[in-house]
Design a protein around this ligand. Structure first.
Ligand SMILES: *Cc1c(COP(=O)(O)O)cnc(C)c1O
Ligand code: SF4
Length: 327
């Protein structure tokens, strides 16, 4: 997988078959030597995810919620991945959390009653099914954990490899389990995927989706209206759409922030509120996923503030003033 430290191409049979007729699938998954021939910067910490974790394998940035990076493996590599300094390179050598590391994570969660929500992420947690089952099995016994979430793209990348029975067992671990599907393009909603979504619903998951604005993939009103509308009709509540993180190797995907705001404003006028996700910025070098207002408001698009009061420029995506508290 590691090609001299580069974020290697990795696809699946499913993706290759869709790519034959879908330029969007090719844009999402085809390695582009012209823009990507650079070793991944494994020192980079764009989203402050490596700052002294309380226990190995987790990120704790927000009160109440704990992100568990269960596995740095994915079924396929999305070329715009914001964690490409770790997925498939660098920390991937440590791969999946071991049972011992998971025990430490579970002890940490057990000892902190303020953690009410645990999010299994990665990489892709569905590439580590035994770890996921182990984690959820243990958390079932932890009174203060009220909500579990699985954030995955695996069902979109290789639907036939999803272990449906395992998914059923995970859904019954807790009364409330959210399944967040990362979906960027209507071409990903194939009949196999639609069938899986129906099964997940039957298993008791609350289904939500997350997307990223991507030039050449979903950068227009029609594509996103179709995507969010179809998800909504299937019972998947669109939750977030993010601005693509600026990394040297992903620059070709990054949209103009103002264009995203325009598209979201038009979508708000067209879509059911239930089909309309929040447009958010996961602020680089700062702490916070901030919600972007629509054009129905007059606001200064060029500046925002993170949860600690640091100011950021949305032209450079750099922090411009220090906040009250350092990370
Ligand atoms: C995104 C994220 C969460 C979840 O945030 P929500 O806004 O609740 O979806 C939790 N922890 C970390 C570290 C995150 O990056
Ligand atoms: S599935 Fe998620 S973590 Fe994996 S490569 Fe794609 S965007 Fe990155």
């Amino acid at each position: 997988m590691d090609t001299e430290g580069r974020f290697a191409e990795k696809t699946t049979l499913h993706i290759r078959s869709l790519s034959a007729t879908s330029p969007a699938m090719r844009a999402m998954y085809d390695y582009d030597p012209e823009h990507e021939n650079i070793p991944a910067d494994t020192e980079r910490d764009l989203l402050l995810e490596k700052v002294a974790p309380p226990v190995f394998g987790v990120v704790r940035k927000f009160d109440g919620r704990l992100l568990v990076l269960l596995s740095y493996t994915c079924a396929a590599h999305c070329r715009y991945c914001e964690r490409q300094d770790r997925v498939g390179v660098g920390l991937d050598r440590r791969g999946r959390l071991t049972t011992g590391q998971l025990d430490d994570v579970i002890d940490y969660i057990r000892s902190d009653e303020s953690i009410t929500e645990v999010i299994a992420s990665g990489g892709d947690p569905l590439t580590h099914p035994r770890g996921l089952e182990y984690l959820f099995g243990a958390l079932r016994e932890v009174e203060h954990v009220k909500v579990l979430r699985i954030h995955t793209r695996f069902p979109l990348q290789t639907p036939r490899q999803v272990d449906v029975d395992l998914m059923g067992r995970l859904a019954t671990c807790k009364t409330t389990v959210f399944l967040s599907l990362h979906v960027d393009q209507p071409d990903e909603l194939t009949p196999e995927v639609v069938d899986l979504i129906g099964r997940f619903r039957g298993q008791g998951y609350i289904l939500i989706s997350q997307s990223v604005f991507l030039k050449g993939v979903n950068d227009d009103v029609e594509t996103l209206a179709t995507l969010f509308g179809e998800l909504f009709f299937l019972g998947v509540r669109p939750y977030y759409i993010y601005h693509c993180q600026r990394i040297e190797t992903t620059a070709r995907f990054e949209m103009e922030f103002d264009d995203e705001i325009k598209i979201m404003s038009t979508l708000r006028e067209r879509l059911s509120g239930l089909a309309y996700p929040q447009h958010v910025l996961d602020l680089p070098g700062a702490r916070g996923k901030v919600v972007v207002p629509s054009e129905h408001w007059d606001f200064d698009h060029s500046r925002t503030r993170d949860f600690d009061g640091r100011e950021l420029s949305t032209d450079t995506w750099q922090v411009t003033t220090a906040g009250e508290q350092q990370p």
